[in-house]
Design a protein around this ligand. Sequence first.
Ligand SMILES: C[S@@+](CC[C@H](N)C(=O)[O-])C[C@H]1O[C@@H](n2cnc3c(N)ncnc32)[C@H](O)[C@@H]1O
Length: 209
Amino acid sequence: MLDNKGFDLWANGYDKEVGISDEENRYPFAGYKSVLSKIYHKVLEKNKPSVLDIGFGTGTLTAKLYEQGCKIYGQDFSVKMLEIASKKMAKAKFYQGDFSLGLVKPLRKYTYDFIIATYSLHHLADKEKIVFLRELKELLNGDGVILVGDIAFENRIELENCCNEAGSEWDDDEVYFVVDELKKELPELIFEKASYCAGVLYFGQNTLF
Ligand SMILES: C[S@@+](CC[C@H](N)C(=O)[O-])C[C@H]1O[C@@H](n2cnc3c(N)ncnc32)[C@H](O)[C@@H]1O
């Protein structure tokens, strides 16, 4: 599992590496652009909403939302990622902090129209994901939604097929979303597939849309 220093080292080459994996339809980033695009369009159904990004990285998605007038907040533990994202979004409120310890205190005093997390929460074990998602749900405005875009599968058979196909590329340290297993704890979860190994999970007070 990469720690914050590992992500610091990856920061400059990150966008290029992700782009190549997506274009070649290869695990782990097959479907990346489609995932980000689904979240982008969902968020912009609201006029200039507030958006909290968990593990914002280089800010690929949030910078686009920022350009459209969204009020951006975020947490990431990589200083280098924070530096890159801050340059793109001068007025965003970004904080450094490890989300395995929860949300940093300053971000807990706001509420949000959307809380997004793309390709970040697979660094948490399933139990931690569930606790964290429930915590985040408390910070949503009335009709707010959590949008998680990540490596995700409908069930464990799909995950195992992907693992076999990926061979030595498969990362055993990451804990991918298996929707039918998580739904036992979070029944309101809705899943939209974006590729054979990715999709968007919707979670909120009212995710029946
Ligand atoms: C694969 S990148 C995804 C970046 C961006 N959201 C995207 O979609 O391109 C994962 C990001 O999550 C951050 N991250 C991973 N584990 C974290 C943790 N425990 N606490 C805070 N940030 C974390 C990394 O620093 C990195 O910026």
